[in-house]
Design a protein around this ligand. Structure first.
Ligand SMILES: NC(=O)c1ccc[n+]([C@@H]2O[C@H](COP(=O)([O-])OP(=O)(O)OC[C@H]3O[C@@H](n4cnc5c(N)ncnc54)[C@H](OP(=O)(O)O)[C@@H]3O)[C@@H](O)[C@H]2O)c1
Length: 329
């Protein structure tokens, strides 16, 4: 029997999402890895409980998270039923997405109205929910008119299946267009979910400006570069790490000698700051006020706790920032 901590709102910071009425915790938890049918259910359950106990109210999913695809939503639904009954649903912000391949045939991926709305119905069924808080178009579709994809998000919201609409993996220019269409439809874009970390800085060249101008929040995913921006790979590739798992998205060949050199130098700075490399990498993203929340993953409660402690030291001196830029090149 799980009883949420009475202190769960005492140490988390909640940031307004763009110019919306919704606040999100500075750290959010994603269920891309570690929550599928190949993973240990009780481990995932403990991570979710701990996250909520420490003020994480926002959990991010997608139709295809697993493996197998859909199983992260099914497992999360089971955790909700077991541990978050009744009005606790109202303390949670749950998101899901559609865009990547989910089922065979021409209606099982990309951005058509047909795919997005049937996928959302499937997600709601798997999670046992009446609605999700945020429904995303997971990626832009070069073949479907942007209007159709945005109209599907608008319908998702108007029909009560979602409270807010979001975009993921859209470029700065695509985002500007999508945001304007959503505005005209009367369903403002709440949030954008891009890949952003010390190792992947494309959002700094235009996207963040578009979001700020339009009052849209930002939730960067893979802020730890899937674990590379932690102490995980400092001494080789551990057997239980994402890079070692056959279904993990981090490839061993991404951990090059040059990368390791950078990681070690960054780790030295983190040590001087009295924090772990993971904490420094998260704080580094959160320093920009245009960022609403960082979307982390964790394979253990220990990692989750480590990451959440990033909030204890989020300031950077100019000297530190210059040194970090020098290392990142
Ligand atoms: N919109 C999109 O297209 C998209 C794409 C990808 C992800 N996402 C979202 O973003 C979320 C986060 O992505 P991500 O899992 O790649 O994020 P991440 O935070 O960059 O990487 C998480 C992984 O890093 C390792 N790790 C985390 N904390 C650690 C610590 N303190 N010390 C050592 N290792 C640590 C763990 O890997 P080990 O397994 O090795 O322990 C963990 O699974 C996803 O769950 C998903 O919700 C969205």
């Amino acid at each position: 029997m799980y009883t949420p901590s009475h202190n769960r709102y005492s140490s988390m910071k909640y940031n307004r999402c763009g110019k919306s009425g919704l606040k999100l915790p500075a750290v959010s938890l994603g269920l891309w890895h570690n929550f599928g049918s190949v993973d240990v259910f009780e481990n995932g359950r403990q991570i979710i409980r701990r996250a909520f106990d420490r003020g994480i109210t926002h959990f991010d999913l997608a139709n295809n998270y697993g493996p197998e695809p859909g199983s992260a939503e099914a497992n999360f639904g089971e955790i909700l039923r077991k541990d978050f009954p009744g009005n606790l649903r109202d303390e949670l912000v749950i998101s899901t997405k559609a865009g990547y391949h989910m089922w065979p045939g021409p209606y099982g991926e990309w951005g058509s109205r047909k795919y997005l709305l049937s996928s959302l119905d499937q997600s709601l069924k798997r999670m046992g929910l009446k609605y999700v808080d945020i429904f995303y178009s997971h990626r832009p579709d070069p073949e479907t008119p942007l209007e159709e994809t945005m109209q599907a998000l608008d319908t998702a919201v108007r029909s009560g299946r979602a409270l807010y609409a979001g975009l993921s993996n859209y470029s700065a220019a695509e985002s500007e267009n999508a945001v304007q269409i959503l505005k005209q439809l009367g369903t403002p874009c709440l949030i954008h979910q891009p890949k952003y970390s010390m190792f992947e800085r494309w959002v700094e060249n235009g996207l963040l400006d578009v979001l700020e101008k339009n009052g849209v929040g930002c939730i960067p995913f893979s802020p730890l570069a899937q674990g590379m921006l932690t102490n995980r790979y400092l001494k080789g590739i551990p057997e239980d790490s994402r890079a070692a798992k056959s279904h993990g998205f981090l490839q061993k060949n991404e951990i090059t000698n040059d990368r390791l050199e950078q990681i070690k130098k960054l780790n030295d700075i983190a040590v001087k700051r009295n924090q772990s490399l993971a904490q420094m990498a998260l704080a580094w993203i959160l320093k920009d006020i245009r960022i609403t929340t960082v979307l982390i993953g964790a394979s253990s409660v220990k990692q989750l706790d480590d990451n959440l402690d990033c909030l204890n030291n989020t300031g950077f001196s100019t000297e530190e920032l210059v040194t970090i830029d020098g290392i990142l090149g």
